[in-house]
Structure formats: C-alpha cells, structure tokens
Design a protein around this ligand. Structure first.
Ligand SMILES: CC/C=C\C=C\CC(=O)SCCNC(=O)CCNC(=O)[C@H](O)C(C)(C)COP(=O)(O)OP(=O)(O)OC[C@H]1O[C@@H](n2cnc3c(N)ncnc32)[C@H](O)[C@@H]1OP(=O)(O)O
Length: 291
C-alpha cells in the first residue's frame, strides 16, 4: 500500500494508477487528493468509484501520510455521479429473476457506499475543501470527511430526489449526524434546494468559509499541518474514537476508549509530548516514530 501511494505522487499524468484523481504530497505527512476531471465538472465516473477505494486503502497503510486534504480541480468541487455512466452501471443489474437481479443491485449499491465509507474507515483525518458546486454524490463524500471547509461561492445540493432516487451512499445516514437540525436535513433532502456557504456555516456543515479557493487551500494545508505535526498515535486514536462514539452510547464509547488506550497510552509519544509541553515547545518540534 505504501508503495502505491508513493508511486502516485504528482499523479494524474503518465504512470499514475488513477484517471479520476490526482495525488500529491504538498508537505511532509500531508497527502492531497484532487478530484480530477475538471472538464466534466469532476463528475464521479466508474473509475472514480473504485479509485477512491484503492487510494484511501493505500493512504490508510502509508506511514508517510498522517492527514489528507481532498479538493476538486477546475471550476467546482463536483457535479456528483456521472449521469452518463450511471445508466450502464447502476441502472442495469443482471440476474435471471427478480431475486437475483435485486441481489446484484444490492451488491452494486454496497460497492458504491464503500467509496465514501473508506474515507471514514481511514484512520488518517480527512480535510475536505469545497469550492463552487457540491452536488449529489459530493454531499455523500463530504459528510464522510472529518473537517469541512468551503469558499464563499460554494453551494451544496442533496440532488438525488431530482433524479428520481433516495440518496443511498451516505448523505441520509451521515448528514443528520453532521447538522444539528433534523428539520433542515429533511428539507434539504426532500426538496433538493441549494444551500449556500453562509447557511452551510451557520448550520455546522462546514467549520470555515474562505474568500476564494486559493485562500481555502492555504487554510486547509494549515489545518493539515497542525494535525500532521502531532502524534500520529494520538491523532488516529482520536479520529477512530470520535467516529465510534458518534455511533454508540456514552458508556459504550468510554468502554471502547479504555480498551483502545490500554495499549495506545504505552507509546513514547506521550512522554515526548508531555516533555515538550513542560518546556513550552510546540508538539510540531517533536520527531514521532512513523505509524
Ligand atoms: C448508487 C448511486 C450512487 C450515487 C448517486 C449519486 C446521486 C447524484 O450524484 S445526483 C446528482 C447528479 N448530478 C447532477 O444532476 C448535476 C448535473 N450537472 C449540472 O447541473 C451542471 O453541470 C453543474 C454542476 C451545475 C455545472 O454547470 P456548468 O459549470 O455550466 O457545467 P456544464 O456545462 O453543465 O458541464 C460541463 C461538462 O460536464 C458534464 N457534466 C456535468 N455534470 C455531469 C454529470 N453529473 N454527469 C456527467 N457529465 C456531467 C457536462 O455534460 C459537460 O460536458 P460536455 O462534454 O462539455 O458537454
């Protein structure tokens, strides 16, 4: 996995294993994943749905990556699922009868769900930076990320009802956990109305709004740098436990945490970090072993 991530540095061109993504390493321990079909508004084609899984599995196993930034190339973040590919892939499951066709359809949907669940399962935090439109599958994608940023011109649309389907790859499950207001989630999902940057901020969908894409990417890299400079044992344990706690009771979360830290506290990172803190040094001055 590590080799795959290294090999794909500065990809998007010849030698890259990906056709829909461009991967680079803008700073030490930071991986930048760019949705890279700008001429098609980064619509999520067949290649994208499987390349994201390969890419994030590689990142999960790469000790030289501690944090990921995701953004979109060109005019906007993403136009959602590629409507041209959708007809041939999602809408034509094979099978000799209804049971077998349905079974195959279920398998296809589960595969599409994996494309974004892999982001959540990756222990490295993922910062997503949205400019312009974030439509349909784009909302599914960003709700699986850990930190969401956008530009002032960004808009978000749970577009699925407009194309005749109930969103099935994460938005309906994750958006209610991201935004406090159930009523707002219902309104967005049932009407497909656009939500603009200011409302995205006030509702809690994004934590910061930037004037433009350049400022946003600089901001994303700054946040990523703060994360990358801290103990990977602490950071990855924090992500895993935050997600576990979101889906369990407080008692279950505390139990899981105790089991987690009974081993993870036995790390040199605690002593190194505590010492730096006593000496009023930044954790970023510490050299942590790779994880
Ligand atoms: C199992 C199911 C899993 C997932 C399901 C997900 C559901 C969804 O994602 S629903 C959302 C589907 N997306 C849409 O309905 C958006 C369609 N696109 C647009 O509305 C607009 O393109 C835009 C995003 C508002 C951007 O507009 P603009 O900047 O004016 O670009 P265009 O001129 O419209 O497009 C340029 C170029 O890109 C192609 N394109 C855009 N969106 C898609 C798309 N979703 N699928 C395929 N292709 C797309 C468009 O056709 C143009 O191509 P040309 O070859 O240049 O004509």
């Amino acid at each position: 996995a590590q080799v795959a991530v290294r090999a794909m540095s500065s990809s998007g061109g010849p030698g890259s294993p990906y056709t829909s993504l461009a991967i680079s390493q803008p700073a030490e321990f930071i991986t930048h994943v760019e949705l890279n079909r700008p001429e098609k508004r980064n619509a999520m084609n067949k290649a994208f749905w499987s390349e994201m899984v390969d890419c994030f599995n590689a990142i999960a196993g790469d000790p030289d990556c501690r944090v990921v930034v995701v953004s979109g190339a060109g005019k906007l973040f993403t136009a959602g699922i590629d409507l041209m590919d959708m007809a041939s892939d999602v809408l034509q499951p094979e099978g000799d009868d209804m049971a077998r066709t349905s079974w195959n359809m279920r398998r296809i949907i589960a595969k599409y769900q994996d494309t974004f669940s892999v982001i959540e399962k990756c222990p490295k935090p993922v910062v997503v930076a949205v400019h312009g439109a974030c439509v349909g599958g784009g909302v599914d994608l960003i709700t699986a990320c850990d930190i969401r940023l956008c530009t002032q011109d960004a808009w978000f649309q749970v577009k699925e009802v407009d194309i005749g389907l109930a969103a099935d790859v994460g938005t309906l499950q994750r958006l209610p956990k991201v935004i406090g207001s159930r009523s707002l989630v219902n309104e967005l999902a049932l009407t497909a109305r656009k939500m603009y940057a200011d409302e995205a901020k006030s509702s809690g969908l994004v934590s910061r709004v930037f004037a433009d894409k350049e400022a946003m990417l600089a901001g994303a890299l700054e946040i990523a740098g703060e994360i990358a400079g801290r103990s990977p044992v602490a950071v990855q344990g924090t992500k895993v436990n935050l997600i576990y706690s979101r889906d369990h009771s407080v008692a279950e979360g505390l139990d899981y945490m105790a089991t987690w830290n009974m081993s993870m506290l036995q790390t040199a990172d605690v002593m190194k970090s505590a010492q730096a803190s006593m000496e009023k040094k930044s954790p970023k001055s510490i050299v942590f072993s790779k994880l």
